[in-house]
Design a binder for this molecule. Structure first.
Ligand code: PMP
Length: 389
């Protein structure tokens, strides 16, 4: 494995061997007793991972965008007012999806790139009244900005607004307590901290969201994403009987079930803490090198992705130099500053050696790019942070 490259982008991530073995095994029938059991377990474990004991889980063949689309298609009717909190590319995408289903969308943007609307600003907007739903990306992968979901959920409850959280770059890594905090719908995709190859959309809808769905006055304007088609299938598999609307992504479901087993046996709290430790150490290294990050304040920095600005005189060609040093990191995603920063993903099975290897490769790349600084300062700072626990 001398030419092995470490994948440190914000999804897809590197997957556990047990998960990849499940991907590679002979495909079973989607109605075989073995698969029925596995799908049933995966649904139960999904609900557990989302910390929503009464919630309805959906495991759909599709990516994170399908999860977003499906939630909007089922919960938004033409003319519904929606408040979309905008902290970057993916939260902006949500406002587009809401509009697609006839939502009257108000976009609440951050005051500046890397910042987030304050809870006061959100409350002021909610007080204008009439909102049915509010959407937010827990972590917007484009900016690395992490929102105060607990605070936002409290506001949503106060104003009786359905709160939909895009947890694609947060779930199973960033602390998210759906039931306790009062989040009505959370969604994610398989390829990030959930630790399964791309191709599954995961959603959990709390009872209030299911009630809103059941009380719709108009038909769902998507055939594939309609929960009327999927709900009986999810209920059937959880009751350990087969169901069919569209063929499940059989191997992906086997793989997801393996990954969920790993996640739940590590324990969600331990997993959140490990992500905090790894991101702290990586950031210590980035700061010691002298790089600034996109999130405006430390409390806005996600534990799953770190987006440093390139230093003076360095640009996107740094990514190739870092790759030559053995680590793959990602380019910028926010259109306004796309070529001014890069992104390091650190979620899932990320370890101490991954952090040190990544900081080391970034240092080699920067040095080769001609950036002058105290070479080794990043690795030293990350090492110290990791050693301190
Ligand atoms: N939301 C967020 C926060 C994301 O990071 C992504 C993907 N990077 C998406 C939504 C869309 O997911 P997908 O690419 O799987 O459709």
């Amino acid at each position: 494995m001398k030419n092995r490259q470490l994948l440190m982008i914000p999804g897809p991530i590197e997957f556990e061997p047990a998960v990849m073995r499940a991907m590679g095994m002979p495909t079973t029938s989607h109605v075989s007793p073995e698969f029925i059991e596995v799908f049933g377990q995966a649904l139960e474990r999904t609900r557990e991972m989302f910390l929503c004991p009464e919630g309805q889980p959906y495991i759909l063949p599709g990516s994170g965008t399908l999860a977003m689309d499906s939630v909007a298609a089922n919960l938004v009717e033409p003319g519904d007012r929606a408040l979309a909190i905008d902290t970057g590319f993916f939260s902006h995408r949500y406002s587009e999806i809401l509009k697609h289903y006839g939502g009257e969308v108000t976009n609440l943007s951050a005051p500046a790139i890397g910042d987030a609307p304050s809870l006061e600003a959100v409350e002021k907007e909610l007080r204008t009244g009439g909102y049915k739903v509010m959407t937010a990306a827990h972590v917007d992968t484009s900016s690395g900005v992490c929102l105060d979901v607990k605070g936002l959920a409290a506001l949503a409850q106060q104003h009786d607004v359905l709160f939909i959280v895009d947890g694609v770059c947060s779930l199973a890594a960033e602390e998210l307590r759906m039931d306790e905090w009062g989040v009505d719908v959370a969604l994610t995709a398989s390829q990030k901290a959930v630790g399964t190859p791309p191709g599954l959309a995961l959603i959990v809808a709390a009872p209030k969201a299911m009630q809103v769905f059941r009380q719709r006055k108009t038909p769902v304007h998507s055939y594939y994403a309609d929960w009327n088609n999927w709900l009986p299938v999810m209920e059937a598999y959880e009751a350990r009987t087969p169901g069919y609307f569209a063929t499940p992504a059989v191997n992906l479901v086997w793989a997801l079930n393996e990954s969920l087993k790993i996640i739940l046996s590590e324990g969600l709290y331990a997993r959140w803490e490990r992500h905090r430790r790894m991101s702290r150490a990586l950031r210590a290294g980035i700061e010691a090198i002298g790089l600034k990050v996109v999130p405006a304040r430390p409390e806005l920095q996600a534990v799953t992705v770190t987006p440093p600005y390139y230093p003076e005189g360095v640009g996107p060609s740094l990514l190739d130099l870092v790759k030559e040093a053995g680590v793959i990191v990602a380019g910028g995603k926010l259109p306004e500053i796309k070529t001014k920063y890069f992104r390091i993903g650190h979620m899932g099975s990320v370890s101490e050696t991954d952090v040190l290897g990544t900081i080391g490769a970034v240092e080699i790349g920067l040095t080769r790019a001609g950036y002058r600084y105290d070479v080794g300062a990043g690795v030293k700072a990350s090492t110290k942070a990791l050693a301190a626990g």
